[in-house]
Design a protein around this ligand. Sequence first.
Ligand code: AMP
Ligand code: ZN
Ligand code: MN
Length: 863
Amino acid sequence: MVVNEKVKLAITVASLVAATILLAAEYRRRRRRKQTSSPSSCYLHSDMKPQFGFKRVLADNSYSGFKHLKKKKLEDGGEKPSNSHPYESEITVLLESPRLDEFEFLRGEYSLEMSGSYVWVETESELKKLAETLAKEKVFAVDTEQHSLRSFLGFTALIQISTQEEDFLVDTIALHDVMSILRPVFSNPDICKVFHGADNDVIWLQRDFHIYVVNMFDTAKACEVLAKPQRSLAYLLESVCGVSTNKLLQREDWRQRPLSEEMVRYARTDAHYLLYIADSMTAELKQLGIEDSSSTDDKFSFLLEASRRSNMICLQLYTKETEDFPGNAAASSLIYRHLNGHEDNSSISLDPKFQELVRELCAWRDLMARIHDESTRYVLSDQAVIALASNQPTTPEQIHDSISQADSASESAVITSHLDDVHQLTQHKLGKLDVILPLVLDKCLGTEGTCPISVFNYSLLINFNTKLTTNRSTPKRRNNLKRFTRKTSRDLFVKKFSCKAPVYHNCRIYANDGRLLCYCDRRKLEWYMSRGLAKLVEEDPLAIMLLFEPKGRPEDEGNDFYIQSKKNICVGCGEGDHYLRYRIIPSCYRVHFPEHLKSHRSHDIVLLCVDCHEVAHAAAERYKKEVAKEFGIPLFVRRVLDSVECESSAGGDSEDAGVSPLHLRTAAMALLRHGNRMPSSRREELLQTVKMYYGGREISEEDLEKALLIGMSPHERRKLERKKGVTVSVKQENSNNGSVEEHSEEAPPGGDMNGESSVVGDDSGGDGAPELNDTQCNGNILHQQNSKLSLLGHGPHGKQVVEYLLKEYGEDGVRDFCQRWRKVFVDALHPRHLPGGWDVTHSGRRDFGEFSVYNPTKKVSTG
Ligand code: AMP
Ligand code: ZN
Ligand code: MN
């Protein structure tokens, strides 16, 4: 964005906000008065759009700019400008010394024909497998399809990838949140990606997935260099491969599932033949070079030119369009086109009311499209805007008529459910242009808003609220708004993390003598059934009977708990609308338990609503500190001091004696980088932090470098060691302040430090519903996505505590420890809805027979 525009936009936003504060209250007053007439309800409450399943979006519908991927580590240790291309240097290298002549697009035998089979990729594990396959290739072909009508910015609905052997269709709707798995192969300069006309694809991949293409061959660019009569893919398919394709299908609704046979064929065709076409065109380019050149030096010149032009495309960056006032660009062009189209420059077009209404309708349409995640053309077509501005209808019926006459498509759901607004706009009852937007925003998403809040529109609201705090609003109003933002955060949090389906299916397993063994989820039943170890005895609710003799019976072991049916409600307060899993024994300890003690999980994982979750979590965090004190094992990593050092160091073993690894690393990094340039007081402060870690002794440069490694995952550490020298930039603490965009950076797959994310498959589960780990608590909702934090968690502390317990007291020590946690939980929450049989002194002694799902040796086969 040009600076100038930025300023303008900032001023616009600021004044909008000021106006809002004054008008929101006024609006509410008015609304309260007329509420009896028609409490409008938004269509989105019943219209489920596929993108509402996305857990995070990189490009949301707010008016703020797009944030590109930031590569964490830079060679020179410096920060890159915030919105530059993360792979600029890699692409520049390719531009300066193209490597296209290294790549062969086809090898060995190749059959041009498209086989009957293809691979549909829709699960995370399938996607990982695809990434592994692609990592082994030297070249692959890519095309994407996007959907744009029912989305404000559009989204990628399908990615087609073809290798010489296979065609893959990647369901990017189902896999939206995990598409980062493909980032490495796309940015790998050793793999050449073949596209046709990649300009849009490159931008869409950045916008939706932070995927950046490095090393590309674009067959459309080859067409340019070869001066082919046409440059379309259809032409190349026809002339090079003798294949025809129906390009009309590109306008299909690519969200639909399953795709029709015809769409599958079309999608595959767009990628399948590209390797063959690239092969044939590079041959032509080389041939042309040889014919055209006198020296052998430039016989590759045409090929290199095609490569250079291709990689230039990769340098393009996605940006969100900005304008000085919402809808302004569209309004101006509409007015201009309308005036030019009218021979007689009719009185209507010159009417200032007409122009004003066009601007108002365009602004309203822009904001409504953002709020509901629809395209502006879906909300209200250009023709309909002109019709409304010309006719200036006065009744709802006249509005319907104007729109339906102008539009070939039927009136959008946005209009139907928000007709009130249009009515007031055409009657000029909403006020002037500059107050319309804040009013509408408040009406839709405000405290008594009519429309659902989503990841697409949440930051519209946030931006609007943070600006308020800098404004001259009264403290009371500010507090109201803050409370409101907190509430919406909570709602979003509930939506994001609460279980999507009932956790307990309450299916039953009987022994072959008809005695009830346990209640469990459907997946567990299916596990036994699919292996022929059980037979179905009841359909609804499902029940099976084991065909083998189970080892022990619950009653015999005093484990009544397992034969209780469990309710899908918060065990704290009984709330049944939403719930999340809560682990009574914190993961940092439990992951280190011996396997057989870990396996009886359903007892110690309960359902809690967000509020009870927060209470329980806070109590657990407090108790962790007590454990740390009692065992003398600090919560954060600290170098193990030898006893001499320990005694000579000032402090005792208080809980604070440890230094958090993040503080330590930040301090060490700053000292190494700017040590001699920083003010001495600051330097002293940082030195204290590092010294505390080393037990108070003087420290050397080497100590500082070692300190950088503390709290890193083995992976990070290896990477740093490979580099040697101090070139690692440490992620700044607190860089996150809660805006939705801030957590768009994806966490690395699987935090390996304390293994929390590796805990899978407990016996209460089965719906794949998310759980929160220790760092994901309600208090700090919005930046909890980054499981990086868990690298800095209490993993090492937990490990030491459990090791100590096992050494000193054996397994009984672990059992006692569990009981203490159950007591902490009960004391904090006084849960009133714990299932019958739940018991603080639950033994956890449960043996697993040869055929049990929980038999550790069987684990592998359950996946
Ligand atoms: P293609 O790779 O040619 O199939 O086009 C990729 C995507 O671009 C399609 O999924 C459409 O979303 C979009 N697109 C391309 N051309 C058009 C068009 N003429 N009209 C509408 N959408 C188009
Ligand atoms: Zn709405
Ligand atoms: Mn296509």
